[in-house]
Design a protein around this ligand. Structure first.
Ligand code: CA2
Length: 144
């Protein structure tokens, strides 16, 4: 196993920090990557941060995380969280532990966000803390 943590981000998260700051905060995905690299250095972990608007890319990267011996995956699947049985199956198909991450708390929002196919397969979940959700999830990954 390596010390690499894959941090996978789904649809629309490339636009983070540009709209709906009251829900998602003002940090961009690059800001979050910087925070994770700083904390990762302290924890002895390498960060491999990626974003895609395409479901299949996220599936491929979950498989890759296992093939490359990643220590864990932090996954903010965006709206695919609530729709994707393909991501659910991909998480189940790998031994690499996956921690679900959300900036907001989907369970306090619209009913269609209350189901999480990702959460049904992931080992843990950190949500509702804004950008700090990713940092707390990284700390949980370090302890796995
Ligand atoms: O709270 C989260 O992290 C979410 O995964 C974000 C998703 C949403 O569909 C999930 O229910 C919860 C949406 C990400 C949209 O990103 C935006 C970026 C810029 C402006 C507006 C939205």
């Amino acid at each position: 196993m390596t010390n690499t943590i894959y941090v996978l981000n789904g649809p629309n998260l490339n636009l983070l920090g540009m709209r709906e700051p009251e829900i998602y905060g003002t940090d961009t995905l690059d800001d979050i990557a910087g925070m994770l690299e700083d904390r990762g250095r302290e924890l002895g972990l390498d960060i491999d941060m990626r974003q895609s608007n395409h479901e299949g890319h996220l599936v491929d990267w979950l498989h890759e995380a296992q093939a490359e011996g990643a220590k864990a995956v932090l996954l903010n699947a965006g709206a695919y969280t609530h729709t994707s049985i393909a991501l659910h199956d991909a998480i189940k198909s790998i031994r690499t532990p996956v921690i679900e991450v959300h900036l907001s708390d989907p369970e306090t929002r619209e009913p269609f966000r209350h189901i999480s196919y990702v959460g049904m397969a992931a080992v843990d979940c950190v949500k509702g803390l804004g950008a700090q959700s990713y940092v707390v999830a990284l700390e949980k990954a370090a302890a796995l």
